[in-house]
Design a binder for this molecule. Structure first.
Ligand code: ADP
Length: 461
């Protein structure tokens, strides 16, 4: 989005301005960054104070890369960039984004939950675009935080009237800060599990933090998961809101059954949408969690009084690395390397049980951000794999806490190493045509590098 500096000055209450020698009506900015390395000609660099680094140390770098304006909390001496001094750079970033979306009468659909936010966002966005036949805004990737949301709006918003936004939290207080700026009109609360447990007292505290998004809605609608008592209890406190439920056991939109085609090209699901049954043909293999995300997305478009047409999903493709099943070189590759949590492992293993293969192998890495619960989480991970039909496990211990899984799945472990090359070499020798291989770990493990190495070697053979 392009803005004039004068428009920025109207919104930001700057206490001081430095190095401004031109008419601000004539200065245009067109990109908004918080990482100086992403600065280019015409950028505005927001110097945020993080826990580890202070963006003020990078104003010079942003300027050298072409940034025109820096929003700062204190003057940076000897850097000739236009400097706007504000009380809080993070507030300035958010205020600017809010001001931009307020120019149009917008509706915000907010999505929260431990698993499936990005999938649901993509599904809602896809169905809305098809049904409304006009552009709908979504935050790109997983830019879903107090920083990511305003950055994505400032860079990509193009006056769409509906915004589909993920609300991601990883610690106490995160949701308060997001809803202070972005209050949804429709709130979708998918599920609540143990992701980021290390930053909270327990799962109840995670639930209450995520619930804040739902409770912030004064006069709109919410979509809640029906198969969990906590969500039913939450719904009792919601006055003046229209509430729709989705689930497998009950709900306004209910997942009844599903099966996979033998060639693994599609999933056929039967879904009850407000009493009407639909058979939905989907590209690829969807696990139960992803199908529940679809039910939540259908609930959302029904709240907007739009029609659900299963044909609209014909060209929808699941996201890469988030439980992606493909046949490559006669091996079934299940790429679930984007992130990990106990709940998403459970969904994946249940689906893997339904797929046929001569041997089933898992390569696992740590589930991070579990704090003092890390041992418990990894023992649980081992128990889940032990109870599944995975026969052999390779442990990629680049973060060592995954070793706690070994005690609960001992017999199945064929190899353990923290060295990428060693894990890849073992796999290259171990894999045979007809195998299914499941890769799963938290983002920071970068498990996708193992996949890349193994398949690069296969393609060179
Ligand atoms: P998020 O954006 O919340 O991190 P994603 O849509 O990126 O979620 O999916 C991350 C992982 O969670 C994938 O492994 C996916 O298969 C799994 N997943 C998706 N939806 C659900 C769900 N409703 N329940 C459990 N796991 C899910």
């Amino acid at each position: 989005m392009q803005l004039k500096l004068s428009e920025m000055l109207e919104v930001l209450r700057c206490s001081e301005i430095y190095n401004l020698f031109e008419d601000p009506d004539r200065i245009y900015v067109n990109s908004f960054v918080v990482d100086s390395r992403e600065s280019k000609d015409g950028s505005v660099f927001f110097a945020l104070k993080g826990r580890r680094v202070d963006g003020h140390n990078f104003v010079k770098d942003a300027y050298s890369k072409g940034a025109k304006v820096a929003v700062v909390e204190r003057k940076i001496a000897e850097v000739g960039i236009v400097q706007l001094v504000v009380n809080s750079t993070i507030e300035a970033l958010n205020n600017l984004a809010i001001n931009v979306i307020r120019k149009k009468s917008t509706k915000i659909i907010g999505i929260t939950g431990s698993n499936g936010k990005t999938t649901t966002k993509e599904l809602i966005h896809h169905l809305l675009k098809k049904t409304l036949d006009r552009p709908v805004f979504k935050n790109p990737g997983n830019l879903n935080t107090e920083i990511g949301l305003p950055v994505s709006i400032l860079n990509y918003y193009n006056f769409e009237d509906i915004l589909v936004l993920e609300f991601g939290i990883s610690k106490r207080g995160d949701m308060d800060r997001i809803i202070k700026n972005f209050k949804p009109d429709i709130g979708v609360f998918l599920n609540c599990g143990s992701a980021h447990l290390g930053n909270f007292k327990d799962e109840d505290e995670i639930f209450s933090e995520k619930s804040k998004m739902i409770k912030s809605i004064d006069n709109g609608a919410v979509v809640l998961y029906a198969d969990d008592e906590r969500f039913l209890k939450l719904s009792e406190d919601l006055k003046n809101l229209s509430i729709k439920f989705f689930g497998q056991k009950s709900g306004d939109v209910k997942l009844l059954s599903w099966k996979y085609t033998d060639d693994l090209s599609s999933t056929i699901a039967v879904i009850d949408v407000f009493g009407k049954l639909y058979s939905v043909i989907l590209n690829g293999i969807w696990n139960r969690g992803q199908l529940l995300d679809l039910c939540a997305a259908i609930c959302t478009i029904k709240i907007l009084e739009l029609n659900f047409n299963p044909d609209d999903l014909e060209d929808f493709k699941l996201l890469r690395n988030r439980f992606n099943v493909q046949k490559v070189d006669k091996i079934v590759l299940v790429d679930d390397t984007y992130n990990s949590s106990i709940e998403s492992v459970k969904e994946a293993l249940n689906t893997i049980k339904l797929l046929t293969a001569s041997r089933k192998i898992a390569v696992i890495g740590s589930i991070l951000e579990q704090g003092s619960k890390s041992i418990e989480t990894h023992e649980k991970l081992g128990e889940l794999i032990n109870a599944s039909d995975i026969e052999h496990v390779i442990v990629y211990s680049v973060f060592s806490d995954v070793k706690y899984s070994i005690s609960t799945m001992k017999e199945k472990v064929v190899f353990e190493s923290s060295v990428l090359d060693e894990v890849a070499d073992k796999l290259i020798k171990f894999l045979r045509p007809g195998d299914l291989i499941y890769f799963k770990a938290s983002r920071a493990v970068e498990m996708e590098r193992v996949i890349e190495r193994v398949w690069k070697s296969f393609s060179e053979q």
